[in-house]
Design a protein around this ligand. Structure first.
Ligand code: PPS
Length: 291
């Protein structure tokens, strides 16, 4: 294990240093998995909190119908960033977790293929753009003066989550070991209702048409942004800390990278992407108007 001010390098992967309990990490592979557990797994800035909200709405009628006032972080906490020190063994089933872990660090019990994993991925130019802003917004990440420098760190894996290409490729190539659904941020953005239905089918949850509509309504960018239980404003301000003005729900769109990447940066990234992703048939959408 080695570390710098922001990153904790553990078993080949970079964690956010201040939010990690090292004892928990050391024992993560033996963390007991229940058959009805559900994991949302992502590389950072790929739609984690959005999916957290969607799954929470799908699973909990009290959330869907707004009869219980609970933050989504408490309904679907992060496994490795347990900032509220929840005793996960005491959580009632079904438990939803979020995680940025690479495939080789997740609890072994997930390989029984009973518990479910939803892997959300996003086109990496938008991930970089979102991550660049987030790094300059929250106190627990290293800020970066320009996108060029951030892209350099991103490609080198000097960010929480390490190398984006490794994360997605490894999960994809080891998908047969898990009960896993791959779904893209962009598909969710382009047709949220279909994405919710895809998720319900995978999770074995039968919701009425009205309930699906209620999930979709409460998971739009606009409605999440104004819902204090879902938008992370208070969590970032009071528990994580911020270093500038901003919002967790920043733009919430496809293709904002075009407002930040130069042509040269974009072309440089394309060459790397084509080379590294040539054997991975996952579909990426780079533009809001793309089919
Ligand atoms: S984190 O910090 O890794 O958990 O971040 P993560 O939640 O994975 O990603 C944050 C980005 O997701 C966007 N987001 C949404 N987009 C569309 N619709 C909805 N409802 C939604 N909720 C969150 C959020 O705005 C971040 O993207 P950017 O591009 O920065 O806006």
């Amino acid at each position: 294990m080695d570390s710098d001010e922001y990153l904790l390098h553990f078993k080949g992967y970079n964690f956010e240093r201040s939010m990690i309990d090292i004892d928990f990490l050391e024992n993560l592979e033996d963390f007991e998995i229940r058959d009805d557990d559900v994991f949302i797994i992502t590389f950072p800035k790929s739609g984690t909190i959005w999916t957290q909200q969607i799954l929470s709405l799908i699973y909990f009628e009290t959330h869907r119908k707004q009869t219980e006032n609970m933050e989504t972080l408490d309904r679907a906490p992060f496994l490795e960033y347990n900032i509220r020190k929840v005793d996960f063994t005491k959580r009632p089933s079904p438990r939803i977790f979020c995680s940025h872990l690479p495939y080789y660090l997740v609890p072994n019990g997930l390989k029984n293929k009973k518990a479910k994993i939803v892997y959300i991925y996003r086109n990496p130019k938008d991930v970089i753009t979102s991550y660049f802003h987030f790094s300059n917004f929250v106190a627990v990440l290293k800020g970066c003066e320009n996108l060029d420098l951030f892209m350099h760190n991103f490609l080198e894996g000097k960010v929480v989550g390490s190398i984006w290409f490794d994360h997605i490729k490894d999960w994809y190539e080891h998908r047969h070991k898990f009960n896993i659904l791959f779904l893209s941020y962009e598909k969710m953005k382009k047709d949220l209702k279909s994405a919710v239905q895809t998720l319900c089918n995978f999770l074995g949850k039968e919701l009425s048409e009205d309930d699906v509509d209620a999930v979709v309504r409460q998971a739009t960018f606009k409605n999440m942004k104004s819902d204090s239980r879902a938008n992370y404003n208070d969590i970032l301000k009071n528990e994580v800390g911020t270093k500038s003005e901003g919002h967790f729900l920043r733009k919430g769109t496809i293709g904002d990278w075009k407002n930040h990447f130069t042509v040269a940066q974009s072309e440089r990234f394309d060459i790397i992407f084509q080379k590294k992703m040539k054997d991975i048939p996952l579909k990426f959408i780079w533009d809001i108007n793309e089919e």
